[in-house]
Design a protein around this ligand. Structure first.
Ligand SMILES: [Zn+2]
Length: 200
């Protein structure tokens, strides 16, 4: 057996335990699709939308002593030995929610969705659940950030603010012509935070 063949064999053992663990969290079977909240202002004027993701794979992030020489294509003898030790001692009880993730794809890109995002309501296997969250985000956006007549968006916090509460303030920074530029803020606090942000 070549190093790669041995490595693959141990990798499969680990995948089996990871899948078993994932199924303990998703007893109805691993999802084929999941939903998240996306942000894209070209989709709608409020930015937030429900993003449909296709699950490609379930995976696990091993830390510390369990570090896997991650999905190696040309494993060395040491890599094989290291993954052998992990695979032979690994049990479902060694795993916890913080390491589990799904590799997903959308129409535009691929990324990891960690299990904890389900707990934090940032992801769900139910579209309707994410639709409720997105609706809340849109309401929040409308109430705070949608600029109406006689209003402007604060240059720092972006909140919609009545024109008569506008505070003009000069920000000093090298990137501006003459080292300074004037911006509109909702408060003196935002003006000073923005100055600090420019000083970085
Ligand atoms: Zn502000």
């Amino acid at each position: 057996m070549t190093n790669l063949e041995k490595y693959k064999k141990y990798e499969e053992l680990i995948d089996k335990v990871v899948t078993e663990y994932a199924l303990s969290l998703f007893p109805d079977g691993l999802p084929e699709k999941l939903y998240r909240t996306g942000v894209n202002f070209t989709k709608n004027e409020y930015g937030s939308f429900v993003e449909e993701c296709f699950v490609e794979n379930v995976n696990y992030y091993f830390k510390g002593n369990l570090q896997i020489p991650s999905y190696n294509k040309r494993p060395s003898k040491i890599d094989v030995e290291s993954i052998r030790l992990i695979s032979e001692s690994l049990s479902i009880h060694d795993l916890n929610e913080s390491g589990l993730y799904f590799l997903v794809k959308t129409n535009t890109c691929g990324f990891a969705v960690y299990f904890k995002e389900f707990n934090d309501k940032k992801a769900s296997i139910h579209k309707s659940e994410m639709e409720v969250i997105v609706q809340e985000k849109i309401e929040h956006y409308k109430a705070n950030y949608l600029v109406r007549e006689k209003q402007f968006a604060c240059s720092y916090c972006r909140k919609a603010t009545d024109n008569d509460k506008k505070i003009k303030s000069e920000i000093f920074a090298r990137q501006y012509r003459n080292g300074r530029q004037s911006f509109d803020y909702c408060s003196g606090k935002c003006a000073s935070h923005d100055q600090m942000a420019h000083e970085g």
